[in-house]
Design a protein around this ligand. Sequence first.
Ligand SMILES: [Zn+2]
Length: 116
Amino acid sequence: MMSPEEREKLKKVINEEIESLQSNITALEEITKPIPPDNAIGRLTRMDAIHMKSINEAGLRNAKQKLSKLELAIRQADNPDFGYCVVCDEPIPLKRLMLMPESTMCVQCREKEDGK
Ligand SMILES: [Zn+2]
């Protein structure tokens, strides 16, 4: 069972992570804007730019996915069920929640799920 202090600490961690993700997303959105045509920047530079853009777009997608999971976590953080594994109902260790607050499963269940 999480103590109120632990819960507050965890919420702080989640909020900080949400803030840093939001600024990441803003930066990534800025650099994944459409690339100017060949004649403006040269063909090789443009190919590099396209390559970088696809990497940054993948990063942007991941960041957005993580952000929505964290937003869900912060909305549920005051819920008494928060911090319990959705599969086996055992408490998720606080250490794990601090590192990955978006976790909804304990390590054992997560591994079983991944191994499927
Ligand atoms: Zn579990």
